[in-house]
Structure formats: C-alpha cells, structure tokens
Design a protein around this ligand. Structure first.
Ligand code: 5RP
Length: 229
C-alpha cells in the first residue's frame, strides 16, 4: 500500500540532498520508490561528471533506473556491506528511530541493504512524518504460509489485507516470488516489540518495520527546503 500524499518537489529535494552526501569510491545502496528515484537520478548525473561509485539495487525498479542513468551496479548477492544506502519510507516516526517501508513491496531487499550500510539515509517528503506509526505494516509472506501468517497477524492484534495488483487481476507478487499482506494495527505503540513478533512467525519473509536502522532522515517540503533529523 503506497503513501502517495507528498509533493514531487519535496521528494526531489530530499533525494538530491541525500545523494549529495555520497563520496567518491562509495558503494551505495539504491532504494526503491519515487523519492529514492530522485537520489538515483542525481547519482547518475554525478557519475556522468566523474564520480566513481558502485550501486547495489534493492529492486527490479531501482536496478532498471540505475542502468538507465549510468550508475554501475554490483549484484546484491555479492555484497556484505555498503558505505551508504539511500531509501524512502511510507511513514517516519518523529519520536523514535522507526519507519514503515514496503509500499513498493521491496522491503525485504531494502532491509538487507539498509542493515549492510555503514550509513542508512532515509529520504522522505514531510507528509511522511508522524508522531507515532499508524500506517499499515507490509509483511512479505511465502505463498504457502499465507493462511498461517494471516492468523498470526490477527492474533497479534492486526487486520491483514492481501495486496492486489493495480493493473491486473490477482495479488502483487514481490521480486522474490512472494505475497504481501498489508497489516493494519491501528497505532503501533512499541515498533521494536511488533517487529520481533512478526519476525518470529514462520512463513514471514520480512516485514516493513525498520527499527533503529536510520542514521539520518532527509525531509523535503513543498518549497524544496530540506531538514535533516
Ligand atoms: C518501497 C518502499 C518505498 O521506499 C516507500 O514506499 C516510499 O516510496 P515513495 O518514495 O514513492 O513515497 O519502501 O518498498
């Protein structure tokens, strides 16, 4: 489920500001979504100007864009650490280091890359900020475990909805061949506890709660100004 409220100016400002932090020689995690795409395009321009980096894509979408704009790529399967990763978010808690990600169903690879990063930079428009997390949490599920995981989410106080494809009948299938449940928990009082509970359910490949991973959040606004938190 995608959070599409923010302005393009705000997203571009945040993406460009984070991309400016990348240094020559860096190995860079390339996030997924419209805000991360601005960072990837800026990196492409910097590569054309002589910046030497290696990108590590988090999705088919970010790999295609990186190729289009000329960012050299390494396969994620070969990479144990990156210097910096830049990625978007669907919701950013202002009072805790916690995010909801996965609006693009890429959160499993995004979390692998974020956790491998020396510095994980989140890029977001200001509509994504919230005092606490109340956005539905995407959960990537092995297809054969769907019923089991749905029950576990209900037991944990959530309401799971299978994510449907927008332009064709049938469910969304991730780049990893799995399904996505968008899980409504109302408010998430303790993101770390819910993250642990969801990770403990057999059949859950990954969930979209990113707790304690962000090193900085670049927040753009509709005037094109950026603040860093
Ligand atoms: C994809 C993600 C995206 O980073 C998240 O959905 C934000 O996207 P956008 O920048 O387009 O709002 O987590 O899985």
């Amino acid at each position: 489920m995608k959070n599409t409220a923010g302005s393009e100016t705000a997203k571009r400002a945040a993406g460009e500001a984070a991309a400016a932090e990348v240094a020559d020689g860096d190995r860079v995690g390339l996030g997924t979504g419209s805000t991360a795409a601005h960072a990837i395009r800026t990196l492409g321009e910097r590569v054309a100007d002589g910046l030497a980096i290696e990108g590590v894509a988090t999705s088919y979408q970010s790999r295609a864009l990186a190729k289009e704009v000329g960012v050299p790529l390494l396969p994620l399967s070969d990479v144990a650490r990156v210097d910096v990763a830049i990625d978007g978010a669907d919701q950013v808690a202002t009072d805790a280091n916690a995010l909801v990600k996965g609006g693009g169903a890429a959160h499993a690879r995004e979390k692998v890359v974020a956790s491998a990063a020396d510095r994980f930079l989140v890029v977001a428009d200001d509509s994504k900020l919230s005092a606490s997390l109340d956005y539905p949490v995407p959960v990537e599920v092995l297809p054969d475990a769907l019923a089991r995981v749905e029950r576990a989410v209900v037991d944990a106080g959530g309401e799971p909805t299978l994510r449907d494809a927008e332009r064709k009948d049938g469910p969304v299938v991730t780049d990893n061949g799995n399904l996505v449940l968008d899980c409504e928990f109302g408010g998430v009082d303790d993101p770390a506890a819910l993250a642990r509970d969801l990770s403990g359910v057999a059949g859950v490949v990954e969930h979209g709660l990113f707790v304690g991973l962000a090193d900085a959040v670049y927040v753009g606004d509709a005037d094109g100004d950026v603040t860093t938190r």
